[in-house]
Design a protein around this ligand. Structure first.
Ligand SMILES: Nc1ncnc2c1ncn2[C@@H]1O[C@H](COP(=O)(O)OP(=O)(O)O)[C@@H](O)[C@H]1O
Ligand SMILES: [Mg+2]
Length: 171
């Protein structure tokens, strides 16, 4: 957990802030669907704003002629999940295994750095969470688009252990 500023954050606020940072959304219709009563998660606020911003930017860049991005937030007492589903061009099957490799990009030099997905993945992994990506780039197989799902534990394991230790000391 080196360098992470873990604190009590509100995931809905983080998502809203990441969306506010988007300077260009073209003809993309963005919807946020909230299915969470308690949106508190222990993470690094700035880092997660950046990670979500990068994913939203990818979605917008995949829809040059417009489309829709639906962000769904849900969860239970143990974890929250954020799903970003776009109706963009999709990701070719052979590229899926390369997505978390730093500097992998299909964008013209100067446009893409190939660091958006690897950084988001590293951030989520640091919180013992997970990122899964499903995509279809072949219109013959159905509507094209990409769905990125982030799962985040509410609290970190070491925090839970810390509080257990305190309980033991008081015993
Ligand atoms: N939502 C998406 N729709 C289509 N392709 C995507 C999407 N997200 C990522 N990609 C593909 O993954 C590649 C890597 O993404 P990323 O790591 O963010 O780097 P960059 O955006 O700088 O290329 C992109 O170049 C693109 O080919
Ligand atoms: Mg990107």
């Amino acid at each position: 957990m080196f360098g992470l500023k873990l604190r009590e954050t509100n995931i809905l606020k983080i998502i809203e802030e990441s969306l506010a940072k988007l300077s260009r959304q073209g003809n993309v219709d963005i919807k946020l669907k909230k299915f969470l009563e308690n949106d508190v998660v222990w993470i690094d606020y700035e880092q997660m704003v950046t990670a979500l911003f990068d994913l939203e930017k990818n979605a917008i860049e995949a829809m040059p002629d417009g489309g829709s991005l639906i962000i769904t937030v849900e969860g239970d007492e143990h974890q929250v999940s954020i799903t970003l589903a776009d109706t963009g061009v999709g990701i070719a099957e052979e590229n899926i295994p390369l997505l978390f490799t730093p500097f992998f990009t299909t964008k013209p030099a100067g446009d893409g750095t190939g660091l958006g997905l690897p950084s988001a993945y590293a951030a989520v992994k640091a919180y013992r969470g997970n990122v899964t990506i499903e995509s279809n780039a072949d219109p013959k197989k159905g509507p094209t688009g990409t769905t990125v799902r982030i799962a985040l534990p509410r609290r970190q394991i070491f925090q839970a252990e810390e509080s257990k230790m305190i309980v033991h000391e008081e015993d």
